[in-house]
Design a protein. Structure first.
Length: 131
């Protein structure tokens, strides 16, 4: 196991089997981008909207934590090695699980993708000088 202190995380994310984080949004990037699980360290939640319960608007970071991995309380750090091993065992089925979840979580419309791609190509072709 190696602790990465590099500020630029993209290269490291590709190499990691498991991401260990608190409540950071990087968990979404890691789980959905690499198809690998996340080990969350439970910390005190940051609440910028304390009325979310009143509106029944659970923060997405809380809602999908259990889908992206497992949580360990900050006082139970001795469990980390066992929990990391448990996550590694889930790694084979995890990419498919994330693919299914992406279909539920993220807006996907094939026609819109094509229209957006065509628009980008039009803009690129317009801005590229012809030979």
């Amino acid at each position: 196991m190696q602790l990465d202190t590099n500020i630029s995380v993209l290269d490291s994310m590709i190499l990691c089997d498991v991401l260990i984080t608190d409540r950071s949004g990087i968990a979404f990037e890691f789980a959905f981008g690499t198809g690998r699980p996340v080990l969350f360290i439970d910390t005190v939640p940051k609440e910028t909207n304390p009325d979310w319960r009143e509106w029944d608007l659970e923060p997405v970071e809380n809602r999908y934590r259990s889908l992206m991995g497992i949580s360990v309380h900050a006082d139970a750090m001795r469990q980390l090695p066992d929990q990391i091993q448990a996550l590694k065992l889930l790694s084979d089925s995890f990419p498919e699980k994330m693919k299914e979840a992406a279909g539920e979580i993220f807006y996907q419309d094939e026609a819109q993708y094509k229209a957006t791609a065509n628009r980008i190509l039009e803009m690129v072709n317009r801005s590229t000088p012809s030979d």
